[in-house]
Design a protein around this ligand. Structure first.
Ligand SMILES: Nc1ncnc2c1ncn2[C@@H]1O[C@H](COP(=O)(O)OP(=O)(O)OP(=O)(O)O)[C@@H](O)[C@H]1O
Length: 626
C-alpha cells in the first residue's frame, strides 16, 4: 500500500541546505552511498557468521554501480542487510545524528562555504545525494523478510513508501541526476571517484564496462574498481603515506590528512593489528555526552562494530582507527567486551602505544605537537584525573607557557624541573582564563622579582587536574593563588617577625573586616600591589569556582585571608596613621578600599560597586586638593 510521509522538520531544513547551499565536493554523494552499502554488507556478513538460520553463508558480497545514460540515472546496489518498510521510513525520513543541528548552523553561519571540507564531518550521509539528484528511489528487501519496499522522494518535503517486489535481499539506490550533473554517468568519472574515496572498501565495487579487443570486437565485462586491501594487515613497508591518509579519510569521513599515523602489530599473549590515527582537528561534537569513540573492531577481517569504546580510554577519544584481533570470538557481544581480559590487554597496549607516540612527536616535532595540544590537550588532560596509574606519564606530555617562556615557546614539567632554583621546593602554577590575563597577575609579583618560574594554566579544569596530580616526580604542585607561600626560609622568618611587629595594626584591619576575611597576614606574594585575597590550600581556585557557578552549581562560600604588602607606600602610611590614631576613620576607609581592590584583582566585583566608586572618587578629589 502506497503512503506519502512528511520528512521530519530537521530533514526538510537539511535538504533545503543540501540542495541550495552546497556546491562543492558534490562527488562525495557516491562515497556516502557506497559507504552505506558497505555498512549494510558488514551487517549481513556478521549475521551470516552469528545466525546460520538465514542461509547467508557463501554469499558473494558485492556493491555494483550501474550508470544509465538513457535514463540519466546511477544505481548503487548492494546485497547487504536491506531495509524493512518501517526502517526505510525511519532511517530515510528522520535524522538520528546529534550533529545535524550543528551542521545546519555551520551552513547558515557561512562556515561550510569557507571550509567545505567540513561537510565530511557532519554525516549528511544519504541526504548528500540530493546535491545532484532530482529524485532518489530506494528499492530494498531485508534479510529474512518476504516483501520488499520502495521509497521515493524528490526532496519536496515528502517521500512515498510502497511495497515492492525484489528478488534478492539488499538495496538498490537509484539517483535520477539533475540535468547538469550528468558527468556522474561517465565511466572514467565514476572510476576516479571510487578510486579516490572508496578504494579500501573491503567488498568489490563493480561496474559493467564496455571493452574492445584489438580486432574491434566489443564486449561488456564486469570490472572491479577498488583494490579491497585490508590496509591494517599489510606490512608497514608496503604502504605509502598517501594510502594511509586516504584510508584515514575513508574511516573518519574527514577531508584533511591526519596529524599522525600509528600502525603496529602485537604478538604474544594477544595477537592483534592496530591502525590508529590522530586527526589534525577535533570533531565538533567531541565534548558531547553521546560522542561515539573507539576504533572499529574487526575479528579476522570481519567488522564486529564501528566504535569499540572498550578498547580506548575516554581521554584518548580523539583517536580514530581500526583494531583487528585474531583471538576474540566472532560472535563477541558488548557484554563480553565489557568484562574481557583479552580486551583489557589490547586496550592497555593501545594506550601505551598512543602515549609513546605522543612523547615522540613532542620530542621531535614541536610545531606538530603544539597543534595536537591545541586541539586535544584538554581531552588528554582528563587522563590525569581518571587514569591513576598513568597520571604522571600523561602530565609529562603537557606543554605550557610560563612566566619565563617567550610568546611562541612552551615547556613541559621536565624542563620546568630542570630550570628550578636550587632552593626551590615546589612547582608553582597559576590558573586563569588566558595567558594574557594571568601573566600580569599581582599574585606573580614576588615570583618574578625572585626569578622563580610559574606555569600558566588556562583551561577551566586545570585547577582540578593539578589538585589530582598533586606532585610531579616528587615535587609538590602549588597554586600561587592558594595557601601560604614562602620562597625561602630567610623570608619566612622575616615575615613572621614582621607579623609580630605589626600585630596591633593587622588585628585592627581584621576586626574591621570581620565576617569578610578569616585572617589578615603579611604577604610573601606581592611586590607592587598593596593587598590581595588568598583562599586556603585545599579550596577551589577562582577560575574553577566561576566555572561551577556558570554551570548553575552552588559553590559554598570560601574563607579567605587578606594579605597585606607591608612594603607598599599605602600600607606604610596607613600604618603610621594607625599608630597616631588607632580609631581614625581614614584607616577604616582605606581598609575597605584595599579589601575591594583585592576582590577586583581576584576577578570578582567589589562588594558594593556604587559605594566603592563613591568612596574612591571622594578620596581622589581629596588627594587632588591637597
Ligand atoms: N544501502 C543501505 N542498506 C541498508 N540500510 C541503509 C542503506 N543506506 C542507508 N541505510 C540506512 O539509512 C540510515 C541513514 O543513512 P545515512 O547515510 O543518512 O546515515 P549513516 O550512514 O547512519 O551515517 P553516516 O553517513 O554519518 O555514516 C543508515 O544508518 C542505514 O540504517
Amino acid at each position: 500500500m502506497a503512503e506519502t510521509v512528511q520528512f521530519q522538520a530537521e530533514v526538510k531544513e537539511l535538504l533545503n541546505l543540501v540542495i541550495n547551499s552546497l556546491y562543492t565536493h558534490k562527488e562525495i554523494f557516491l562515497r556516502e552511498l557506497i559507504s552505506n552499502a558497505s555498512d549494510a554488507i558488514d551487517k549481513a556478513k556478521y549475521l551470516s557468521i552469528t545466525d546460520k538460520s538465514n542461509n547467508l553463508a557463501g554469499t558473494e558480497w558485492k556493491i555494483k554501480i550501474k550508470p544509465d545514460k538513457d535514463e540519466g540515472t546511477i544505481t548503487i546496489s548492494d546485497n547487504g542487510i536491506g531495509l524493512s518498510r518501517d526502517e526505510a521510513v525511519k532511517s530515510l525520513g528522520t535524522i538520528a545524528h546529534s550533529g545535524t543541528k550543528e551542521f545546519i548552523n555551520a551552513v547558515k553561519s557561512g562556515q561550510i562555504k569557507e571550509q567545505p571540507e567540513l561537510i565530511g564531518q557532519f554525516g549528511v550521509g544519504f541526504y548528500s545525494a540530493f546535491m545532484v539528484a532530482d529524485k532518489i528511489t530506494v528499492i530494498s528487501k531485508k534479510v529474512g523478510e518476504e516483501k520488499g519496499v520502495k521509497w521515493e522522494s524528490a526532496a519536496d518535503g515528502t517521500f512515498t513508501v510502497d511495497d515492492a517486489d525484489k528478488e534478492n535481499f539488499g538495496t538498490d539506490v537509484t539517483v535520477t541526476l539533475k540535468k547538469d550533473e550528468r558527468e556522474f554517468l561517465d565511466e572514467w568519472r565514476i572510476k576516479e571517484i571510487v578510486k579516490k574515496y572508496s578504494d579500501y572498501i573491503e567488498y568489490p565495487i563493480t561496474m559493467d564496462v564496455e571493452k574492445e579487443d584489438k580486432d574491434g570486437n566489443k564486449s561488456v565485462e564486469e570490472e572491479t574498481l577498488n583494490s579491497m586491501k585490508a590496509l591494517w594487515l599489510k606490512d608497514k613497508s608496503e604502504i605509502t603515506e598517501n594510502e594511509y591518509n586516504e584510508f584515514y579519510k575513508h574511516i573518519s569521513h574527514d577531508f584533511t590528512d591526519p596529524l599522525e599515523t600509528i600502525h603496529f602489530k602485537a604478538e604474544g599473549t594477544q595477537e592483534f593489528s592496530a591502525l590508529l590515527y590522530i586527526p589534525s582537528h577535533a570533531p565538533f561534537d567531541i565534548f558531547y555526552k553521546d560522542f561515539k569513540f573507539g576504533p572499529a573492531l574487526y575479528v579476522k577481517k570481519v567488522q564486529i562494530m564501528d566504535h569499540c569504546e572498550e578498547l580506548m580510554p575516554p581521554y584518548l577519544r580523539f583517536i580514530k582507527g581500526v583494531v583487528d584481533s585474531s583471538d576474540l570470538p566472532l560472535n563477541v557481544s558488548r557484554e563480553i567486551l565489557q568484562n574481557n581480559r583479552k580486551v583489557e590487554v589490547i586496550k592497555k597496549n593501545i594506550t601505551k602505544k598512543v602515549l609513546e607516540t605522543l612523547k615522540k612527536v613532542k620530542e621531535n616535532d614541536s610545531e606538530k605537537y603544539d597543534k595536537f595540544i591545541g586541539e586535544f590537550g584538554k581531552i588528554l588532560k582528563e587522563g590525569i584525573h581518571y587514569d591513576f596509574s598513568r597520571k604522571e606519564e600523561i602530565a609529562g606530555l603537557l606543554t605550557f607557557h610560563t612566566t619565563k617562556t617567550a610568546a611562541n615557546e612552551k615547556i613541559d614539567f621536565d624542563k620546568y624541573l630542570e630550570n628550578m632554583k636550587e632552593e626551590q621546593k615546589e612547582i608553582y602554577y597559576i590558573c586563569g582564563d588566558s595567558v594574557d590575563e594571568v601573566k600580569n597577575s599581582p599574585y606573580l609579583e614576588r615570583f618574578k622579582d625572585k626569578d622563580v618560574e610559574v606555569i600558566f594554566f588556562t583551561d577551566e579544569i586545570d585547577d582540578m587536574i593539578m589538585s589530582t596530580l598533586g606532585e610531579y616526580k616528587g615535587k609538590t604542585l602549588k597554586s600561587v593563588l592558594k595557601g601560604d607561600i614562602s620562597l625561602d626560609e630567610e623570608e619566612k622568618k622575616e615575615t613572621e617577625n614582621r607579623e609580630k611587629e605589626l600585630k596591633g595594626f593587622l588585628d585592627s584591619i581584621k576586626d574591621h573586616l570581620k565576617g569578610k576575611v578569616k585572617d589578615v597576614k603579611i604577604s610573601n606574594r606581592l611586590k607592587d600591589s598593596p593587598a590581595c585575597l588568598v583562599v586556603d590550600e585545599d579550596a577551589m581556585d577562582p577560575a574553577m569556582k566561576k566555572l561551577l557557578e556558570s554551570m548553575g552549581q552552588e559553590v559554598p562560600s570560601q574563607e579567605k585571608t587578606l594579605e597585606i604588602n607591608a612594603e607598599h607606600p599605602v600600607v606604610k602610611q596607613l600604618k603610621e596613621i594607625y599608630e597616631t590614631d588607632p580609631n581614625s576613620g581614614t584607616v577604616s576607609d582605606y581598609t575597605d578600599l584595599l579589601y575591594n581592590l583585592s576582590l577586583v584583582v581576584e576577578g570578582e566585583k567589589p562588594e558594593n560597586p556604587s559605594d566603592f566608586v563613591k568612596k574612591l572618587s571622594e578620596m581622589m578629589s581629596k588627594s587632588l586638593k591637597s
